[in-house]
Design a protein around this ligand. Structure first.
Ligand SMILES: Cc1cc2nc3c(=O)[nH]c(=O)nc-3n(C[C@H](O)[C@H](O)[C@H](O)COP(=O)(O)OP(=O)(O)OC[C@H]3O[C@@H](n4cnc5c(N)ncnc54)[C@H](O)[C@@H]3O)c2cc1C
Length: 417
């Protein structure tokens, strides 16, 4: 016999966005129920690189990107790939991505990312100051490494924008590179160092700690899959796969790459796709890694976690159903071995995760078209961990009918309609 549960706020999804939103809502006095269909916090938020990348304000759809893309696509294991079976499905998304790379749209995206990332830095500082969570965040600094001076110069416009936005960094030469990361292959002579770079010790442990904290403070967990949402009079009813219903005052949709189907049940057609990413986590001690290393010309990062050394990145526009192609993870690992001589490759764990991505590289944060009691919080692409606390702040303000810290207009769900 199907049951109906009544609650104040239902948060669907226990990734970093759902867990962080639950924490903020709870801090604002709301009674929270979390709904999760799978293992707790085991979506994209469990295996990412753990970088709090506030200076990443340059939208990926940038002028000239479509000239670079074919070169990357030519290499089947390169930083960007489209499996042939998925090419027709991703075409409309790519068309919107191309449109977002026009100068005017790019400028709009840049400003919007700057605003949300600034808020994200402020909000994450509050999280880092919480006794229960402070041990998960540390300042390691970030080293952005380029193959040549020409390649660093080609990125100058991006660095100029970051400087204008107030992010501090310095160009470093070979001697300084060696000091900052001993043992990096000698071919790397050009890099940019951001001393303020922040690292999460392990993204799963961090997300799980937030989830556990919210539960320990009185929130509850329901296991099950939300299948549809209906507005019935004053009520918002979420129906689960077994027929049970949850009647909530507010519903937050934080289902990452799987959010599109639920939004569609309320009439919101959002062009959400997934950029699949791969990595390998090598055991602790695989290399004496001092900080995050971005290999900018190769589309991957190496990060020091409490649980090991994570080597990964890449973008595969392959949808939610195709089988993973772990040769991608292997290709990055092989390069990492060349770039970090002595890196021990034994004992690695491979992973593939689904970045929830919108064509303009901006998240969806806003209320449903016809049902203001439903708040969307998904589509954070490459920056979900980074933008989680800002998103949680905005979601909570919307749920409580307060003015939002920044305009959420750039993130409105209907912007592509
Ligand atoms: C290789 C890689 C590296 C990355 N590195 C970084 C990084 O360094 N820094 C950064 O900021 N970001 C990074 N990201 C991006 C980041 O991981 C994502 O943006 C973020 O994890 C998205 O979080 P989420 O909570 O929206 O989704 P998820 O973590 O995927 O959580 C969604 C949850 O919703 C649940 N769910 C889905 N549908 C339903 C339903 N119908 N009913 C109930 N539950 C449901 C799922 O089971 C899941 O638990 C990276 C991503 C990848 C793939």
């Amino acid at each position: 016999m199907p049951k109906t549960l009544k609650c104040d706020v239902l948060v669907v999804g226990t990734g970093i966005i759902g867990s962080m939103a639950a924490l903020y809502l709870q801090n604002a006095g709301r009674d929270v129920v979390l709904l999760e269909r799978g293992d707790i916090s085991r979506g994209a938020s469990s295996g990412n690189a753990g970088i709090l990348a506030f200076p990443e304000i340059i939208p990926i759809p940038a002028p000239g990107i479509m000239k670079k893309a074919p070169r990357w696509l030519f290499d089947p294991l390169g930083p960007l790939s489209v499996p042939p079976a998925y090419a027709p499905k991703i075409a409309p998304w790519l068309w919107r991505f191309w449109r977002a790379s026009a100068e005017r749209s790019f400028r709009h995206g840049l400003k919007s990312l700057m605003e949300i990332n600034r808020l994200a830095a402020i909000e994450m500082a509050h999280i880092a100051a919480m006794p229960e969570l402070s041990s998960f965040i540390s300042k390691t600094g970030t080293l952005d490494i380029y193959d040549s001076e020409a390649s660093l110069n080609a990125a100058r416009r991006d660095w100029d924008e970051k400087e204008k936005a107030g992010f501090a960094f310095q160009r470093v030469d070979r001697n300084e590179i060696e000091e900052l990361q001993p043992g990096l292959a000698p071919q790397f002579r050009h890099a940019v160092f951001s001393a303020d770079g922040l690292q999460v010790s392990d993204p799963y442990d961090f997300t799980r700690a937030i989830f556990d904290l919210v539960i320990s403070r009185g929130a509850s967990l329901r296991k099950g899959e939300a299948q549809r949402i209906d507005a019935v009079g004053e009520s918002t009813i979420v129906t689960l796969e077994n027929g049970d219903k949850i009647d909530a005052d507010k519903v937050v949709i934080a289902c990452g790459a799987w959010s599109k189907k639920l939004a569609a049940t309320l009439g919101n057609i959002v062009p959400l796709e997934t950029e699949r990413g791969y990595n390998t986590t090598l055991p602790v001690g695989a290399f004496n890694l001092t900080r995050q290393l971005y290999f900018n010309d190769h589309g991957f990062v190496v990060t020091p976690l409490s649980t090991g050394i994570r080597v990964g990145g890449a973008v595969e526009l392959g949808g939610l159903d195709l089988k993973p192609n772990f040769r991608r993870a292997e290709a990055m690992l092989k390069k990492a071995e060349r770039f970090l001589p002595g890196l021990k490759l034994e004992g690695g764990r491979q992973w593939m995760g689904f970045r929830p991505s919108m064509p303009d590289c901006l998240p969806v944060i806003g209320t449903a078209r016809t049902t203001p009691s439903v708040i969307y919080a998904f589509g954070h692409g490459h920056l979900g961990l980074t933008q989680s606390a800002a998103t949680a702040r905005l979601v909570t303000q919307m749920a409580n009918g307060d003015e939002t810290s920044i305009s959420v207009d750039p993130f409105r769900p209907g912007r592509f309609s």
